[in-house]
Each structure stands twice: as structure tokens, then as C-alpha cells.
Design a protein around this ligand. Structure first.
Ligand code: ZN
Ligand code: ZN
Length: 323
């Protein structure tokens, strides 16, 4: 399912798969999650979008072809995340921050992704998946889970954690936070009672509309919704010294706000991409908790429907495509 022009539906068409180079694997796709970033790709909201492109960066696949330098055995089940390539030699790669690599390339954005029957991937960026989690439930761990985990790590050990936007990433982070004994305060778009009861089922201590104040001040908050207005709104709910993490790749403009909202050593930061280390840490933790992802499955051919449902907020949990 390939994007030829931004703002247009994906087109189903056959593609030739090249032979794998030394470090590459050919995967038969078993499941591929649908992420909000795929919407930003399709809608042309990211810089320098190469076209045509096959979206999809939450890929669970089985190795059916491999280059000479690949360590994974044939038949192994692996996960392919957003981070598809790094240079290994820039200042970011050399300081444990390959997520910020100057020459990084990303799956489903610059490298053809998993909205397909088969995909070519660099084996050095594939991740080992917990055996206890099946294909469909593992797919959302590969971005919603990973970026959610990195965002959660940036909040430190916040006792009271706010989460704005209760979709795929939030429903995983809420389980991690509860596992660590934190209180979760879940904010949804105003009036979205379905998302609020979903958050309550996952153990949120409080749920409410995003324009409301929680009953207590929060130690930290994560914004997953791509809405800049939530930044001053979330700052209002933070205790002194609190951290606000913006977990999305794209957000509408942040409106001007009084300095008093930031005063008191409050911090705002973004989270970009992931490192392979994040992947290893999170997938190990996800198996231990164990994280239970809530999914809605679609046939690969219905990728445009799945994207529309996500755009309109008509999904609970995560959409997953099955070829
Ligand atoms: Zn680099
Ligand atoms: Zn993603």
C-alpha cells in the first residue's frame, strides 16, 4: 500500500523486492501497526517527504531471506521499528544518542515500510520480540510502546503522571506507570467518554477532559496529542520543578503563554525517535509487566480505512494491519 502523493489515499500495487545486501533481511510481514506518524506522512506534515513511499514502522515479520553478514537465523521473528539506519560516527551516535543522528533514516518515511506483504530491513536495527506476545499484540509495542517508553523515561520517577491524548502510546505507558506504582491522570479530548473509561479500565486514578484541572498538582505530564494548545494547559497542572514531555513528531503551534507558567523550574522538552537500547529495555520490560495492547485489526487492503479511523479518533487502542 503505497503513497504517491501526500493528501491522497494509498494505492495497492505490486512491487519488486531487491535482493538483500550483506546486512539486510527480507521479512514476510505478519502484522504492522498503524501509528499517528503514518498520518503525518500521508498528510505531508513532515519535512522533505520522499515519494513514493510504503508507510508502516511497527512491523512484526519473519525472516525469509538474509544477506551474508546477518546474525539472525532464517525463520526468526523480529520487529522493525522507526529507526532504520544511523551513521555510527556523528557526535550523537558516539554519545549514546543515535536517535538524534544527523544522517538517520526512518522506516515508513524514508525507507519503504510494513504496509506490505514483504519488506526489506537492515538487520542491525531489527529488535528481538518477547515470545510470550503474539504478532498482532506485539506490533504496537514497536512505536507506540517504544516512543511512549522513551517519553515516560524523560519524566523521571514522577509519582503523579498526567497523560494528554489517550490512544495507542498512552494505553501502553499507563500500564508501565501503574507497574511502577505511579498514579496516572488521563486527559482526553473534551467529551470523549469512551477514551476516559478506557483509561479508567487501565488503572488511571483520574480521567477528564483536557481543558480541566486535575484534583492534585502533577509531578510530570506527557502530551501525545498533536495539539500545541495543550502545552500551556498541561503546564498549569504541573507542580514546581515538574517536567512536561511532548511525545509526538509533529504538533500544531504552541500559543504564547505567560512566563509564570514555566517559572518554578518547570521544564518542557520533546522526545525524538528511539535508540536500539530503548528498544531492548522496553521490550524486556513489556514482557515482564506484561503489557497488554488493545488492538483493532484490519486487512492490509483496508489501510486507508484504518488511517481514517485514527484521524477521526474512532479507534480505542491501536490499529494493526494484517497482510
Ligand atoms: Zn550518526
Ligand atoms: Zn510511530
Amino acid at each position: 500500500m503505497r503513497l504517491h502523493a501526500t493528501g491522497r489515499p494509498l494505492v495497492r500495487e505490486p512491487l519488486e523486492l531487491p535482493e538483500p545486501a550483506d546486512h539486510q533481511v527480507v521479512l514476510k510481514v505478519r502484522a504492522c501497526g498503524v501509528c499517528r506518524t503514518d498520518l503525518h506522512v500521508v498528510d505531508g506534515e513532515l519535512l522533505d517527504q520522499p515519494l513514493p513511499i510504503v508507510p508502516g514502522h511497527e512491523i512484526v515479520g519473519e525472516i525469509v531471506g538474509r544477506g551474508a553478514a546477518v546474525a539472525w537465523p532464517a525463520g526468526a521473528r523480529v520487529g522493525v521499528p522507526w529507526l532504520g539506519y544511523t551513521c555510527g560516527s556523528c557526535e550523537f551516535c558516539l554519545s549514546g544518542r543515535e536517535n538524534l543522528c544527523d544522517s538517520a533514516r526512518f522506516t515508513g518515511y524514508q525507507i519503504d515500510g510494513g504496509y506490505a506483504g514483504h519488506v526489506l530491513a537492515d538487520a542491525r536495527y531489527c529488535l528481538k520480540l518477547p515470545e510470550t506476545i503474539d504478532d498482532v499484540h506485539a506490533a504496537p509495542l514497536l512505536c507506540a510502546g517504544l516512543i511512549g517508553y522513551r517519553s515516560w523515561k524523560m519524566t523521571g520517577e514522577a509519582q503523579r503522571l498526567g497523560i494528554y491524548g489517550f490512544g495507542a502510546a498512552a494505553h501502553i505507558v499507563a500500564q508501565v506507570a501503574r507497574f511502577r506504582g505511579q498514579e496516572v491522570y488521563a486527559f482526553t479530548r473534551p467529551g470523549d467518554s469512551a477514551a476516559q473509561s478506557f483509561a479508567a479500565q487501565l488503572g488511571a486514578k483520574w480521567t477528564g477532559d483536557s481543558d480541566r484541572m486535575p484534583p492534585v498538582q502533577l509531578d510530570a505530564a506527557i502530551i501525545f496529542a498533536p495539539i500545541g494548545q495543550l502545552v500551556p494547559q498541561a503546564l498549569r497542572c504541573l507542580k514546581k520543578g515538574g517536567t512536561l514531555v511532548c511525545g509526538g513528531i509533529h504538533m500544531s503551534d504552541i500559543p504564547q503563554f505567560p512566563y509564570a507558567l514555566l517559572w518554578g523550574e518547570r521544564t518542557i522538552r520533546s522526545v525524538a525517535n528511539l535508540t536500539r537500547r530503548d528498544g531492548e529495555e522496553f521490550l524486556e520490560l513489556a514482557a515482564r509487566i506484561p503489557v497488554q495492547t488493545h488492538v483493532e485489526t484490519f486487512r492490509l487492503e483496508a489501510a486507508n480505512d484504518a488511517l481514517d479511523r485514527l484521524r477521526n479518533g474512532r479507534l480505542s487502542g491501536a490499529a494493526v494491519l494484517i497482510p
